[in-house]
Every structure is written in structure tokens, then in C-alpha cells.
Design a protein around this ligand. Structure first.
Ligand code: CP
Length: 302
């Protein structure tokens, strides 16, 4: 494995290796093991053309816990604003010695393009509406940690599937790992190609809830749609929002997930977001060890 561009590129064994490595690295950062020397002398560039709170920060912490040097590059305030292309930006960073480039970009396919231009490893941190592989991996890690298995797990992914890179990466990864995925959304928030995806589709959240071990809520991505297409909060949450009443209709040991950022009151109520059955904070914590595992396997592992 040289790059991590899509969860669809991972075999079952490769995906399990990443999850198992993340489990082994989960202790790094606590009092007894602050850091590992594995990536000493390596440079990781965080190349972010879109905003991020969780992904950029956790890649930075993960790389530092492996002793790599980290450069945070934001398109805002760089020569990108003067018209410099992605290719020239990437070649400039490579000339300064980047061993790995973590890229987030609004264009679907940007990470694949970058992988053709640079010698180092490319890690896709979200490309347009296409994929977000490390998010899906940390989601799978969290499901396995909470529920003890992935094989046979019934996972519902609910909300704005049309604009979601998290949904596609999760469908590809979870089916590789033996879970059954159902996408739940209004018809207007589903891509036309969805019936070619390896999963089921439903428009009825209340029908799917009692049959789900995991319900993953997604944000409606206003920034990727025209204002006139944005649904009203009340109408959307009535059909597709997770609240206390809906949580009560799910199996007792089931969990609610969210990749963040959440919009409380729209796709998830504060009552559910703050409940012990909601794993959103655990997902963020697991994201650090998961990203350590990916960096270790791509840049420093055997
Ligand atoms: N889940 C996720 O990608 O969050 P950020 O946009 O904050 O990185």
C-alpha cells in the first residue's frame, strides 16, 4: 500500500490490519508512552483546501505521536490565492521534502490526481463528494470497539447521501468487512447512481431503525447545494432527524454515530448527541490512533 485514496482499494486483510494496528497504537499518547520514534526524520504535509476541525488536527497529532515533522498548509493565505495550481503547489511541497501529503480538496478526484504527481504517499482526507477513507476506517474501528464485531452488523447511514464522501467510503469499507449497509434519505438527497452501490436504500427511517445495530447520522451539506434546495429544519428533522423517541425504537445495545460536524436540532437532537449511546466523541478520539496506524503503515511500517 503506497497511498490511501479510497476504501474501495482495500482488501479485507488490509482493512483489518489497519484496524488492528490502530488498536495496538491506542495507548500511545498517554502518560506511559508519550511518543514512538517510528517516523523520526519524515515530513508529513497537511494540505487543506477545505475547512476542517477533526481531520486536520488528528492527522497532526497522529504524525507528531510518531515523531514526524508536520507542516500545516492551508490554501487560505497561501499562493493558491494568486492562482497557483494544485499540481504546482504539490510539486513545491515535494521539493521541500514531503514524504507524505494529507490532502483535503473540494474537487472529487483531487487526491488521485495528486498521487500521479508526487513521489511520496498521498492520504485522502476528503475529496469533494467522493471519499473520506480515514473517516470510514475510524467509524469501523469505533463500531468494532463498541459492538465487538463488524461481520453481519446492520448499519443505517442516514441523511445527505448525495453530498457525502463519508457515506461512500463507509459503504465500500463496511461491505468489505462483512456488514450490511442501508442508506436512508429523501429521494432528493440520494445520488442517481445509488442503486449500483453495494447496499440497500430506504426512504423510511422509522422502518429501518428497529433493524439497525448502528445508525450513522449525516449533516445536510448546505455549502454544497443551492439555497433553494436546502430543506426546512422542521420538515427535515421530522422525517430524518434522530431524537429521543427514535432512539427508544432502536435495539437496546445499538449505537448512534456521527462523523461531525453536527447540526444539533436538525439531523440529531441535543438529547441524542449527549447520550451515552452516541459515539461522536469516541469517534474523534479513535481517529487519532487510526490515523497513526495509516501513517505508520504507509510511511514507516514494514
Ligand atoms: N468528520 C470530519 O471530516 O470533520 P472535519 O471536517 O472537522 O475534519
Amino acid at each position: 500500500m503506497r497511498h490511501l485514496l479510497s476504501t474501495g482499494d482495500l482488501t479485507r486483510d488490509e482493512a483489518v490490519l489497519i484496524l488492528d494496528t490502530a488498536a495496538e497504537l491506542a495507548q500511545v499518547g498517554d502518560r506511559s508512552v508519550k511518543k514512538l520514534p517510528t517516523l523520526r526524520g519524515r515530513t508529513v504535509v497537511n494540505l487543506f483546501y477545505e475547512d476542517s476541525t477533526r481531520t486536520r488536527t488528528s492527522f497532526e497529532i497522529a504524525a507528531k505521536r510518531l515523531s514526524a515533522d508536520v507542516v500545516n498548509f492551508s490554501a487560505k493565505g497561501s499562493s493558491v490565492s494568486k492562482g497557483e495550481s494544485l499540481k504546482d503547489t504539490a510539486l513545491t511541497l515535494q521539493a521541500m521534502g514531503a514524504d507524505g501529503v494529507v490532502i483535503r480538496h473540494s474537487a472529487s478526484g483531487a487526491a488521485h490526481r495528486l498521487a500521479n504527481w508526487v513521489d511520496g504517499s498521498v492520504l485522502n482526507a476528503g475529496d469533494g463528494t467522493h471519499e473520506h477513507p480515514t473517516q470510514a476506517l475510524l467509524d469501523a474501528y469505533t463500531m468494532r470497539a463498541r459492538l465487538g464485531r463488524l461481520e453481519g452488523l446492520r448499519v443505517a447511514v442516514v441523511g445527505d447521501i448525495l453530498h457525502s464522501r463519508v457515506a461512500r467510503s463507509n459503504v465500500l469499507l463496511l461491505t468489505t468487512l462483512g456488514a450490511h449497509v442501508t442508506l436512508v434519505a429523501p429521494p432528493t438527497l440520494l445520488p442517481v447512481s445509488v442503486h449500483t452501490w453495494p447496499c440497500e436504500v430506504s426512504y423510511d427511517l422509522d422502518d429501518v431503525l428497529p433493524k439497525s445495530d448502528v445508525v450513522m447520522m449525516l449533516r445536510v451539506q448546505a455549502e454544497r447545494m443551492q439555497a433553494s434546495f436546502f430543506p426546512s429544519v422542521r420538515e427535515y428533522s421530522r422525517g430524518y432527524g434522530m431524537d429521543g423517541a427514535r432512539l427508544a425504537r432502536m435495539p437496546e445495545d445499538s449505537i448512534v454515530m456521527h462523523p461531525g460536524p453536527m447540526v444539533r436540532g436538525m439531523e440529531i437532537s441535543a438529547e441524542v448527541a449527549d447520550s451515552p449511546r452516541c459515539t461522536v466523541v469516541e469517534q474523534v478520539a479513535n481517529g487519532v490512533s487510526l490515523r497513526m496506524a495509516v501513517l505508520y503503515l504507509l510511511l514507516g511500517g514494514s
